[in-house]
Design a protein around this ligand. Structure first.
Ligand code: ADP
Length: 800
């Protein structure tokens, strides 16, 4: 009873209070404040001029509604910051909202009431008077200014806003285009902004921002911006939507086609199912016992291919990778031959001579047996072409019982050729080392790098440094190819390299290798090689029986001297092959039992003799002197020609002479000027004579100091008129003071002199020890004249 009475009194008080509340509290300078009930709205922002209905059910909101109905149907509507908040406090809603008139209320089943309200104008809460039983607030009215004459700026803003709205409408399929018509007729800028905003679907914060934009111009601007942003988002959404749709259509189509393909393949019984393939790969990975990391890598790729479409380009790339990995000879080793005698026999079987190489290989075999797991040496065979460097390497592999692979470095352009391309490259493949290892089919083959000197000559830097890593026993255990992305063990490989000359091999590479010189052959060597190796080989290759072709010794010598001009036996082999082919034809065409080729009928087979002039010319001549040179293709002879003519002391040098060679020519001339008297030459020759020094075969560049004494001799001969002995050849560097300095390549040079029939060679005294290197059969027939000074050279070479 007591309680009821007190509640009753309370009610009375409040009623009185409410009546006064509805009146304006304060009105000064156009600012009106009122006390009124407030309803917090969830997820809804009401703008002035907007008529809408919503449902309320919360106790305090119902109470506020009832209070409003008792006064002049006015409520303040403010948006809740978070629509999820069930029992908001004074901090949970925005203070700027809309003063609204309640037009209608309808009780729905349950405790819900549906109200129809019309927004009147903006308002801002100045004070929350109490929160219970409903929110009672002191609110300041913010009336919208009525603008009669719109300035052009405002008109422009309105138009802009409208056109962006139009774009928004066309991007938003959920809104009816008719809305535009009703909005376009609004002539008040503030209202236009409000109405447009009320149609938009966007975040509460954004709508609130429009509500709080009291300045009309700013409000329009803001709405335009929001419209643009929303339109952009909508367009993006649409685009993504259509892409997804397309993608779905496409993948459905592909799926359908693939199924058909599979059906066709099944029908034909061709296709290995990708699942089966994956299963097979997995088995192989296990069987190969790949290193853990590598196995994981391959597994990952197998996993990837099972997820994507195997026939796509990407699928192709992955498949190639997996297959490459699985085809490498992981853990496959061939068993080395440990029988030294057998190895020696094999080496002799295939090649004549090449003693040093054979010995080194047998040593290697022996050491390998004593010390298990020895690191392979890196042999570098240096010598002129055609001397059997490549073919002995093959034979070494045979003798050791290992597989053989060869990779030519001539023409290797960049590092990627050695180390591969990363798989991100289109069409990436592994480098040539890895491809060669695949070819080798074992982890311990004999691996030949042919022409290692060509890599330094043409391309410095990277290919060489990649090669360095390959050849370095410390690093090649984990050689990494860019394509494989996994280490591969090269440490059990026996590397052999070949080069024509060591000069162009980069020093760091040279340091890692053991040089073995392979020198050119004498006529006798060549004869033997031809008889014992080349001829039987070619006879067999051309399908004949051993007795069917008889090539006489004289004929072979004639081939060596008249049809070839080389340190090695490559052209000799080619010529013999030609003879064999022609002989085979005769045997077939003329039904002969066998063919005999002698010196007399050689032209029949090989055509006219090619190198007649190479033989000694016989005559001693003035100003012509034979020198000896050493080039990448072996030793050769070099004739130097000098003429002197009236002039004023010019010295002309022709024949593509390099700087060093030109300088050594000039040094010779200076020496002569200083020793005119002794040499019996007019002291004024440098005033009234011109000299022309020429080294024929001008197309071949020549350089180096070793023609020094040759040029000097020719000049003295030309100036003094004393002929030079034509049966002498010489080599040696000259100093200004007339000393003769040692030079390289004596063995090759002497062989070259011997080839053309010269039997006397003048050479620097310091090179005497090199004479031992010369094959005994040549050494025996040659006369060597060691000299220390140019004077000695002239004395021997010039005819008295
Ligand atoms: P390189 O690699 O030094 O240029 P190759 O190995 O290509 O030379 O040799 C050319 C040909 O000459 C090969 O057929 C090779 O068998 C043959 N040959 C070279 N030297 C000998 C030799 N000492 N004994 C037998 N055949 C040889």
């Amino acid at each position: 009873m007591e309680k009821e009475k007190r509640e009753d009194e309370n009610m009375q008080d409040e009623l009185a209070e409410e009546l006064t509340d509805s009146l304006p509290l304060l009105e000064e300078e156009g600012v009106t404040q009122r006390v009124m009930p407030m309803i917090p709205l969830r997820g809804l922002t009401v703008f002035p001029c907007m008529v809408l209905h919503f449902d309320i059910g919360r106790e305090r909101s119902v109470c506020a509604l009832e209070k409003a109905m008792m006064q002049n149907q006015t409520v303040f509507l403010a948006a809740q910051k978070d629509p999820e908040t069930d029992l908001p406090t004074r901090d949970d809603f925005y203070y700027v909202g809309t003063i609204a008139k309640i037009k209608q209320m309808l009780r729905l089943p349950g405790d819900t009431i549906r109200v129809l309200v019309e927004g009147v104008e903006r308002g801002e809460i100045l004070e929350v008077i109490h929160e219970v039983p409903y929110f009672k607030c002191r609110v300041m009215e913010i009336p919208e200014p009525e603008i009669e004459d719109l300035d052009s700026e405002m008109v422009a803003r309105m138009r802009n806003c409208l056109s962006t709205f139009e774009a928004y409408l066309s991007a938003n399929p959920k809104l009816n285009d008719d809305i535009y018509g009703s909005v376009a007729t609004v002539d008040q800028p503030g209202r236009l902004a409000d109405i447009i905003t009320s149609h938009l679907e966007m975040k509460i914060e954004d709508k609130q921002a429009v509500l709080e934009a009291f300045d009309v111009g700013e409000r329009l601007e803001l709405v335009s911006q929001l419209l643009l942003k929303e339109t952009e988002i909508l367009n993006l959404e649409n685009e993504i939507g259509s892409k997804v749709r397309k993608q779905m259509d496409k993948s459905q189509r592909e799926y359908y086609l693939r199924e058909q393909l599979r059906a066709i393949q099944e029908e034909l019984g061709v296709a290995e199912d990708i699942d089966e393939e994956i299963l097979r790969w997995r088995k192989q990975v296990k069987k190969l016992r790949l290193p853990a990391k590598t196995a994981a890598k391959v597994e990952k790729e197998i996993g990837r291919i099972s997820k994507i479409q195997p026939s796509s380009p990407e699928g192709g790339i992955i498949r190639t990778y997996i297959e490459t990995m699985l085809e490498l000879p992981w853990h496959k080793y061939t068993k080395d031959n440990t029988d030294l005698k057998k190895a020696a026999r094999i080496l002799d079987e295939d090649h004549y001579g090449l003693e040093k190489v054979k010995e080194r290989v047998l040593e290697y075999l022996a050491v390998m047996q004593l010390s298990n797991g020895l690191k392979g040496p890196i042999l570098c065979l240096v010598g002129p072409p055609g001397t059997g460097k490549t073919s002995i390497s093959k034979s070494i592999a045979r003798a050791l019982g290992r597989n053989f692979v060869r990779m030519s470095l001539g023409g290797v352009r960049d590092e990627a050729e050695i180390r591969g391309h990363r798989r991100t490259y289109i069409g990436a493949i592994p480098g040539r080392i890895i491809s060669s290892m695949k070819e080798a089919e074992s982890m311990n083959p004999v691996f030949l790098f042919d022409e290692i000197d060509k890599i330094g000559a043409d391309f410095r830097g990277d290919p060489a440094s990649a090669l360095l890593e390959v050849l370095d026993p410390e690093q090649n255990k984990d050689f990494t190819d860019h394509y494989l992305e996994a280490p591969f063990d090269l440490s059990k490989v026996m590397f052999i390299t070949t080069a024509n000359s060591v000069e162009t091999i980069p020093q760091p590479l040279l340091d890692r290798m053991e040089l073995i010189e392979v020198s050119g052959y004498t006529e006798e060597d060549k004869l033997l090689i031809a008889q014992k190796y080349l001829l039987p080989k070619e006879i067999k290759e051309n399908g004949m029986q051993p007795g069917q072709l008889h090539l006489t010794e004289a004929a072979i010598r004639a081939v060596i001297n008249g049809y070839t001009r080389e340190s090695g036996v490559r052209s000799l082999e080619r010529q013999i092959a030609t003879i064999c082919r022609k002989a085979a034809r005769r045997i077939v065409e003329e039904k002969k039992k066998s063919v005999r080729v002698g010196e007399a009928n050689l032209e029949h087979y090989l055509g006219k003799v090619r190198y007649r002039g190479d033989k000694l010319e016989g005559e001693d001549r003035v100003g012509v002197c034979t020198g000896l040179a050493w080039t990448a293709v072996g030793g050769t002879t070099l004739s130097v020609e000098v003429i002197s003519m009236p002039g004023k002391g010019n010295v002309e040098l022709t024949g593509q002479l390099g700087d060093v060679m030109q300088e050594s020519a000039r040094a010779g001339v200076s020496y002569i000027r200083a020793h005119c008297a002794e040499l019996g030459i007019s002291e004024d020759f440098h005033k009234d004579k011109d000299l022309h020094i020429h080294v024929p075969e001008g197309a071949t560049p020549k350089d180096g100091p070793s023609a020094g004494i040759t040029m000097c001799t020719a000049v003295v001969s030309a100036l003094s008129g004393r002929p030079v002995r034509s049966d002498i050849a010489m080599t040696g560097e000259i100093t200004l003071r007339g000393k003769v300095l040692p030079v390289g390549g004596i063995r090759e040079k002497v062989l070259a002199a011997h080839r053309i029939g010269i039997r006397t060679v003048i050479l620097p005294a310091e090179n005497e020890r090199d004479i031992e290197e010369i094959p005994a059969n040549v050494r025996r027939v040659m006369e060597f004249i060691p000299v220390e000074e140019v004077g000695q050279v002239l004395e021997k070479a010039l005819v008295r």
